[in-house]
Design a protein. Structure first.
Length: 195
């Protein structure tokens, strides 16, 4: 398999539904496992960072959650709820890790601090869910729309329309109309799958 064929296969797997990815993982397809982890790595890793963990501790939490996912894969009944499940598992891992860090034999756990941390974590989890929802809606767009949204809204500094038009093979004057159509499709997908 040449590099182009391999990349095309990886791209197809990245666009598979969670249900299909889980089925393929259970069949032993290692590239499906990689695609599943790639799909959710930002979501999982962002939660411990937002809890205030270091990069190293966040990586430990990430690895633990991936191990939990691997162990639980055969028992997942609702693949469409995988994102929510991962958020909950990651949140639980973070909470327990925080308790371990706070628990010293000579110190008592500050219940008020834990409660404040939990409230802050709830707000952060909500934000992470929204971010994952946006990532999934972007993945559901056509490649051209996804690229256009990326160029216009995620690159700093934003590219000039002429450069975007050249990259996408569009007329410069059609960027505005194409942008409007793509944003409408994105809005529909966000409303359709609102958490």
């Amino acid at each position: 398999m040449n590099v182009g064929q391999k990349r095309a296969k990886e791209t197809r797997e990245e666009q598979w539904s969670d249900s299909r990815l889980i089925q393929e993982c259970l069949r032993g397809n290692e590239s499906a496992w990689s695609a599943l982890i790639d799909k959710y790595k930002n979501l999982i890793f962002s939660i411990p960072l937002k809890y205030g963990f270091s990069q190293e501790d966040s990586a430990d939490v990430f690895q633990s959650v991936c191990m939990d996912l691997l162990a639980e894969l055969p028992r997942i009944r609702e693949p469409n709820a995988l994102g929510g499940w991962l958020i909950q598992v990651t949140r639980n891992r973070c909470f327990h890790r925080k308790q371990e860090q706070l628990h010293h034999p000579t110190e008592e756990i500050d219940e008020q601090k834990l409660s404040e941390d939990s409230e802050r974590a709830d707000a952060l989890i909500s934000q992470v869910q929204e971010e994952q929802h946006l990532r999934q809606a972007l993945l559901d767009l056509s490649p051209r729309c996804r690229q256009l949204v990326q160029f216009l809204f995620f690159e700093v500094p934003a590219r000039p329309y002429q450069e975007i038009a050249r990259e996408l093979g569009l007329a410069t004057g059609s960027i505005g109309l194409t942008r409007r159509r793509c944003l409408e499709k994105l809005r529909q997908r966000l409303e359709k799958g609102a958490p």
